[in-house]
Design a protein. Structure first.
Length: 482
């Protein structure tokens, strides 16, 4: 090696040594600080740092992390009101995507489906804030939908391959399986509040959601997707007899049955009915013959129940008063008992929501302000607001009026149309992508039916829908490859 070259190398080493020394000293200081921290804090700090590094390099991995973390967000408190670990993770993914765009000096944003409908929805919800009594409550609820729109938009930019879509769907189903297992533990082990106790030594499953109905709703987002993927895999196995299709069918089928069992153990009547509707549609959409068989079976089942056919005692007890929701008694004049309490409570909150709408028909009382306005409309015996009207459509009418509900219905119809179009476009292409689109359509059917009895856009569950719709929106992208 030439002398000049050697001197340059040595000079570089001398100049680099102070930099390396400072880096080593910094790492030693960080290690010393971590060593004195409580184990829980140190683990959280290291985990957060590692995840942030991964997201900075591969923002798509952050989408899978969000899918896994959604049901556990409330267990990760953040010293900020209304914020938890899921919100920070969403922010990190958005920042990682933006940083990647800036680094390449070429910012590209392909307008995804539903972009216009989501923009109209967010705008109308913001407009309803002009009527809000509590801006803090209203702003928090509005930001929830802004977060939904941003995550959907960024996810449509990041998911470019079927493998990436598969990772997100797999993470969603894995989180659902964990919740189903936790629900089974609570149901059989009677772990939870005494108010959830059932006859026979069981207890209503509620997972990490603190209430059985949101827990059932969370699983209901995913059960139709797993069922659709299972049916498609078995269908392919029947045609080609390939072992991998049989394995996929058995795997997805086990997931679907586990999620359905979780919904069953939640003892949520709305969840039961919604799951039947969703699975009927998912299986029926496989073909005309399948649809005909499903319709016949559903008709036989409905006739059996309608004619008073015997059902297991506990299930019959849960279903016998469903008709009261349609022709229910006046909750202000009916004697309250343990048997009719749940029905009367929902009817009372529906009446309050409709009364709010009657007084504020165009923009409602302000998004997120149902509870704030409730004292002015509280009927006798029902003085405690439950946060929402226990019916998504009535809740939108009450809080955002005709403008808000109209914007939501526009977005909702667009989501249905998107899933239907992607299912048809993939009919002659990739069967798994078609099954995914059909499954998410089943999720929308489930949400529509269950939302008559509850609000399933709480505790970050709506972010599942953002990820599912983003996956469906990208099933026909040219960049999507196996």
């Amino acid at each position: 090696m030439a002398p000049g070259t050697l001197m340059i190398f040595r000079g570089d080493r001398r100049r680099r040594f102070p930099i390396v020394a400072r880096e080593l000293a910094s790492l030693a200081l960080v290690a010393a600080v971590i060593s004195f921290m409580p184990l829980q804090w140190a683990t959280a700090l290291l985990g957060t740092a590692g995840l942030a590094t991964v997201i900075a390099v591969r923002p798509t991995a952050g989408l899978a992390a969000i899918a896994l973390l959604i049901p556990f967000g409330n267990t990760i408190p953040i010293p900020a009101p209304g914020v938890n670990g899921v919100d920070l993770l969403v922010l990190a993914v958005i920042a990682g995507w933006a940083a990647g765009q800036i680094a390449t000096r070429e910012i590209r944003f392909r307008r995804p489906p539903l972009a216009v409908a989501l923009a109209v929805l967010v705008w109308m919800l913001a407009l309803s804030l002009t009527q809000a009594r509590s801006w803090s409550e209203g702003a928090a609820e509005w930001l929830k939908w802004v977060e939904f729109a941003l995550l959907y938009g960024v996810a449509t930019q990041l998911l470019r391959t079927r493998l990436q879509i598969g990772w997100v769907i797999g993470a969603l189903l894995a989180a659902g399986m964990i919740q189903a297992a936790l629900g089974a533990y609570q149901f059989w082990g009677q772990v939870g509040p005494p108010a959830f106790a059932l006859a026979g030594g069981y207890l209503r499953a509620h997972g990490t959601f603190r209430q059985p109905n949101p827990y059932a709703g969370y699983l209901g987002y995913l059960a139709p997707v797993a069922a659709s993927l299972a049916v498609a895999a078995f269908w392919r196995w029947g045609e080609g007899r390939r072992p991998r299709d049989l394995k996929a069918g058995l795997g997805y089928g086990a997931v679907a049955l586990s999620l359905a069992a979780g919904i069953g153990m939640s003892w949520s009547r709305g969840g039961w009915m919604a799951l039947v509707a969703a699975w009927t549609a998912v299986i029926g959409l496989r073909g005309r013959r399948t649809a005909a068989v499903i319709l016949v079976l559903v008709g036989i089942g409905a006739a059996y129940i309608g004619l008073g056919g015997p059902l297991p005692g506990p299930i019959a007890g849960r279903l016998h008063d469903l008709g009261d929701y349609l022709i229910g008694p006046d909750p202000t004049r009916t004697e309250i008992t343990d048997e009719n309490f749940a029905v009367l409570e929902r009817l009372a909150h529906w009446q309050v929501g409709l009364a709010m709408f009657a007084d504020h028909p165009w923009l409602g009382v302000g998004i997120g302000n149902y509870a704030a306005a409730y004292p002015d409309y509280a009927p006798p015996h029902w003085y405690e607001p439950l946060g929402h009207a226990h019916n998504v459509f009535i809740n939108f009418l009450a809080e955002t009026g005709i403008a808000g509900l109209g914007a939501f219905v526009l977005f909702w119809a667009g989501a249905w149309r998107l899933c239907w179009q992607r299912a048809r476009r993939n009919a002659t292409g990739h069967p798994t992508m078609q099954a995914l689109a059909i499954g998410v359509l089943g999720s929308l059917i489930y949400l529509t039916a269950h939302s008559i009895f509850d609000n399933l856009f709480v505790q970050h569950m709506q972010l599942q829908l953002a990820l599912l719709l983003a996956c469906v929106a990208n099933t026909d992208r040219r960049e999507v490859t196996c």
